[in-house]
Design a protein around this ligand. Structure first.
Ligand SMILES: [Zn+2]
Length: 251
């Protein structure tokens, strides 16, 4: 089962890389055939087996022998590993499915936000729909409505921070995608844990922000990966974070 999930993850991972790389440029991702970036040769099925093709072709295109970006290999391995980790770490059923969805979103946001400073709408919309359907199936209409309200509330919190940031720094400190992502965080985690994840994201992002300022002299960096990362951390340790909240706010 773990081996199978690793391969499903790797196959999806190579698709997520395509989504995160091509969609922001307005290119078709569903119906266009995969091509070599250097020679535009249409790739055959055996050039597209995740991980194996890259390794057997020694990281080179089999037609023009130019190097293939190693990100293909890493994104495929990372997605496969996240899927296996989800299988071992989360209980079967609702948690497992949501874990796979969060892992997928994390990979897509990592790719598009680090490459183009963009969080795409379509992965967020698909995530929102899938999560709502799963909530409805597993917990019923009332719980789903509460979760949707939590999503909207967290969206509003983020919007408030966005406006505050604009007022303080005289420019946009957060992107529109970050605010929409907050809706997904609230929808999945509910309001309290969603807030915890927002706070956690600032701590997770701090080392990167400092390093980026120090090394690249750049005070703009993608925030989406850190929000999605915090969503991942809090969801996978749901029970521990709930205990933490009860401990900090016993009233
Ligand atoms: Zn080529």
């Amino acid at each position: 089962m773990a081996v199978l999930l690793f391969f499903i993850g790797a196959i999806l991972g190579s698709f997520y890389l395509v989504i995160g790389t091509r969609l922001p440029k307005g290119e078709d991702v569903l119906f266009s055939r995969s091509k070599c970036n250097s020679c535009n040769h249409i790739l055959k099925w055996y050039n597209l087996i995740p991980i194996f093709s890259y390794v057997f072709q020694r990281g080179k295109c089999s037609y023009c022998h130019k190097k293939i970006a190693s990100e293909h290999l890493w994104v495929e391995i990372a997605t496969g590993l996240l899927f296996v980790f989800t299988y071992y770490y989360l209980p079967a059923g609702y948690d497992f499915y949501i874990g796979l969805i969060i892992s997928s979103l994390l990979i897509i946001i990592f790719v598009s936000d680090f490459k183009y400073m963009i969080i795409l709408d379509s992965p967020l919309i698909i995530t929102g729909i899938l999560v709502s359907i799963l909530k409805l199936i597993f917990f019923g209409i009332k719980a789903t409505l509460i979760s949707l309200c939590s999503g909207v509330s967290l969206f509003c919190v983020m919007l408030l921070l966005f406006q505050l940031g604009k007022l303080l720094f005289k420019k946009e400190a957060l992107g529109g995608g970050d605010i929409k992502l907050a809706f997904i965080m609230g929808l999945i985690l509910d309001f309290k844990l969603g807030l915890v994840a927002l706070v956690l994201s600032t701590f997770v992002a701090l080392p990167y922000a400092l390093a980026s300022l120090e090394i690249k002299k750049n005070n703009e960096f993608p925030y989406g990966p850190f929000l999605a990362g915090s969503l991942f951390i809090v969801f996978y340790h749901y029970d521990k974070f709930l205990l933490l909240i009860d401990f900090l706010f016993p009233f």
